[in-house]
Design a protein. Structure first.
Length: 466
């Protein structure tokens, strides 16, 4: 117990304050969110290292044996910090009454509407507060119920991109359907409920492309599958770690949704391909009441903040894989562009200009003109803001890469070589330098996998002076 407490304390101390707490007061809820965010960050990092897709044959196989011990530590602290039991949340999700006092699926006062909740965070919080090795059937049940919420969120967001005629068309088609396991019925039910508030904008207020878009059933299903994939990846990866199972490999990205829903245990369809709606599982006899309850709670918020509700609902953003800047092949282009270029902060020409390889910002390296409070150099300040303490800078006057990681820094080497494949540090020989794609891929790989600590040995304490 003492060792686990020490590990948690070390993780909290190693995290910069701006990434640690959601409020100035370190209450139990804020600490609980921080703990669940640690688990989520590690899972999302593994997905990034796998190429953004789980199970793709061409993707990298990443082994992270340290995750389960980490999850055990996080789970122990979550059980101590979770002062708000899920006895009220679970009935809202499933529609089942937890006790005789709960006769409604409506949210408690001051709660965030379920259609605006981060369902991936809910999954992690539920798992962290449950026994670590729960039965597979229980985990699949949690994933199924949360998938219903994710799917309804996606449907509500997608209907905001439809014209009024399209919404009326889906609503008319849904009138003949009696089951909430078909795409048309769910879309029609959501439209029929949300059209009574000010969520949907008039056609004349839409941009021309959105107004002219004609959604077919296959296009709607394809878009809903895409919007549900981030949740399915986390759910599948978490199951893979807890039960030591592997997702079946596939060679086509379009198969990812079908493989993940079967792996997680969502839906009863055993076919090779299934629609996104066929994976819905309702364990209550009145699923329409549950769905309308979610929408009614959301309508209350819409009536208070219409624009905010619309913006918060459509958070299904397509994230691209993180990557470093695309550098020109000839180093002379970089030198000519940044040499004698003024700093954006102090408006002076730096003596040792350096470029952040994450965002491209020019910083004054090892100069006091841009020091912030407590005498922190601009490069160190930028590494915290841009890379949470880890950043790579290209020194324009020497072609050398400087890696900053926390309180330490090191010279990585150069990604620009001459015609003989040799470095020209400080540009003393004056030979043309060309980008080494192999070295740059290695640098990017070490950054993505957080392996700088293991691959670079000559670290120095920068003392916030860079």
């Amino acid at each position: 117990m003492k060792a686990m407490g020490s590990i948690m304390e070390d993780m909290a101390n190693a995290t910069y304050p701006k990434y640690k707490f959601c409020s100035s007061s370190q209450c139990a809820e804020s600490l609980f969110l921080f703990i669940s965010s640690v688990a989520r960050t590690n899972l999302e990092l593994e997905i990034v290292q796998r190429g953004g897709v789980l199970g793709l044959e061409s993707g990298d196989l990443i082994s992270r044996p340290c995750f389960m011990p980490l999850l055990h530590v996080l789970g122990m602290h979550s059980k101590m910090l979770n002062v708000r039991p899920h006895s009220q949340l679970w009935p809202q999700i499933t529609g089942l009454n937890a006790d005789n006092e709960l006769h409604s699926v409506s949210l408690c006062e001051k709660e965030v509407p379920l259609l605006l909740r981060d369902v991936t965070a809910l999954l992690l919080q539920l798992v962290l507060t449950l026994p670590m090795h729960i039965d597979r059937a229980y985990y699949s049940c949690i994933a199924r119920m949360l998938y219903n919420v994710v799917y309804t969120q996606a449907v509500a967001a997608l209907t905001c991109r439809m014209s009024e005629d399209q919404r009326l068309s889906f609503k008319a088609q849904a009138a003949t359907s009696t089951s909430l396991t078909s795409l048309v019925s769910v879309v029609g039910e959501v439209i029929d409920t949300l059209e009574h508030c000010a969520l949907y904008v008039q056609d004349e207020d839409m941009d021309a492309h959105t107004r002219a878009k004609k959604w077919t059933l296959s296009e709607v299903d394809s878009e809903l599958r895409r919007m549900c994939l981030p949740f399915l990846r986390i759910a599948a990866l978490l199951r893979q770690h807890i039960y030591d199972e592997d997702v079946r490999t596939f060679d086509d990205r379009s198969q990812e949704f079908d493989r993940l829903v079967r792996f997680v245990g969502i839906g009863d369809n055993e076919d090779e391909s299934s629609t996104s709606a066929s994976c819905l599982t309702w364990i209550t006899s009145e699923p329409t009441t549950v769905l309308r309850g979610w929408c009614y709670d959301f309508i209350v918020f819409v009536n208070v903040a219409q624009i905010a509700a619309r913006n918060l609902l459509d958070q299904h953003v397509t994230w691209h894989q993180p990557r470093l800047l695309r550098l020109p092949h000839n180093y002379d282009r970089i030198f000519q562009h940044y040499h004698q270029r003024p700093c954006l902060c102090c408006k002076r020409i730096p003596k040792d200009p350096s470029i952040c390889l994450l965002c491209g910002r020019l910083v004054c390296f090892k100069e006091k003109c841009c020091w912030k409070q407590r005498s922190v150099g601009e490069a160190i300040t930028h590494s915290v803001v841009c890379g949470a303490g880890t950043a790579m800078f290209l020194a324009v006057n020497s072609s050398i890469i400087i890696v900053v990681r926390g309180k330490r820094a090191c010279l990585w080497g150069s990604v620009y070589l001459d015609g003989y494949g040799e470095e020209d540090r400080d540009l003393k020989r004056g030979k043309p330098l060309f980008l080494s794609e192999e070295r740059y891929r290695l640098l990017e790989r070490q950054w993505l996998t957080h392996s700088f600590d293991h691959t670079n040995k000559r670290w120095i304490w920068h003392k916030d002076s860079l």
